[in-house]
Design a protein around this ligand. Structure first.
Ligand SMILES: C[S@@+](CC[C@H](N)C(=O)[O-])C[C@H]1O[C@@H](n2cnc3c(N)ncnc32)[C@H](O)[C@@H]1O
Length: 269
């Protein structure tokens, strides 16, 4: 983590890039949240495995997002943690997906807007934004403005179960599907399919588990984290996601590795 030269310590190139809070490439938000929230909850893993029940704020009867979102400091910490979790994949998606074939994109459940910012920075011709619950709007707008992208990236406010999704050539769902049970996952995929025009694409990305469920330990642990954090949430393989996408109507799907433990599953309408 550190270099030592002549008795003085300095960052390595990696810590300088990823663990300097002043840099947009900072990924430490997730470590801060693990420290403040997840560590004590994982102490209850045995109970989670025995009962199949969440072990976080939900235990006291609160809805996770409601519990997080009524406290402004916790909300900001969570939004910032998401940017940290997603930065590697956001940069990989900005470069690996064929954006030249599309004009508009919207990140569904965008949090602070880490992914839309990376995509917009890499592709001047694209416009779009992010969709999330109303409380997220000021945090998204402040983050986007800090990159000078407010003219191309707008916030779309709504609830993805209660409202239709906004229309765009490309919709993205990052770390969304694993929060929900199978019926809810399929509802969200169906709504994405309905909002895309023909030829449009849905990008689902997170710690997609390898089809044999042997290699991607991070994805398997993330699935346990969903057991602790959510009612019915779980991580899944690329083959699982492709088959759900085809069930709801997508004509073509492919899985592509992004960065570290994360991959994307792309469905073409
Ligand atoms: C785990 S975070 C993922 C954030 C971001 N996509 C990423 O990967 O960094 C889930 C996001 O879904 C949003 N969300 C949860 N329930 C929602 C709902 N019913 N409608 C819209 N957004 C919702 C949350 O506010 C949060 O930003």
């Amino acid at each position: 983590m550190l270099e030592r030269q002549d008795g003085r310590y300095s960052n390595t190139p990696e810590t300088d890039l990823f663990l300097d809070r002043a840099k947009p490439s900072y990924i430490g938000g997730i470590l801060e949240m693990a420290n403040a929230r997840l560590y004590p909850f994982w102490g209850l893993l045995t109970e989670a495995l025995r009962t199949g029940k969440p072990q976080n704020e939900i235990k006291s009867g609160e809805d996770l997002f409601e519990a997080l979102y009524t406290d402004q400091a916790r909300l900001k910490q969570f939004m910032h943690a998401m940017t940290g979790v997603s930065m590697g994949s956001a940069m990989a998606i900005a470069h690996k997906f064929p954006w030249q074939n599309y004009q508009t994109f919207i990140d569904i459940g965008c949090a602070e807007g880490g992914l839309p910012v990376q995509v917009a920075l890499a592709h001047q011709h694209l416009a779009g934004g992010g969709f999330d619950l109303p409380v997220v709007q000021p945090i998204f707008e402040e983050y986007v403005a800090s990159f000078g992208l407010s003219d191309r990236l707008k916030f779309y406010s709504g609830d993805f179960f209660a409202d239709p999704l906004p229309r765009a050539d490309v919709l993205i769902m990052g770390h969304i599907l694993h929060d929900w049970n199978l019926d809810e996952k399929k509802t969200l995929l169906t709504k994405a399919y309905q909002s895309l025009s023909k030829g449009g694409a849905l990008i689902v990305y997170e710690t997609i588990i390898d089809d044999e469920r042997r290699q991607n330990a991070h994805g398997l642990l993330m699935s346990l984290n969903m057991l602790i954090e959510m009612q019915g949430g779980f991580d899944y393989t690329g083959a699982d996601c492709s088959s759900w996408m085809r069930d709801v109507g997508f004509s073509e799907t492919y899985v592509e590795h992004l960065a570290g433990p994360e991959s994307m599953v792309v469905g073409i309408k």
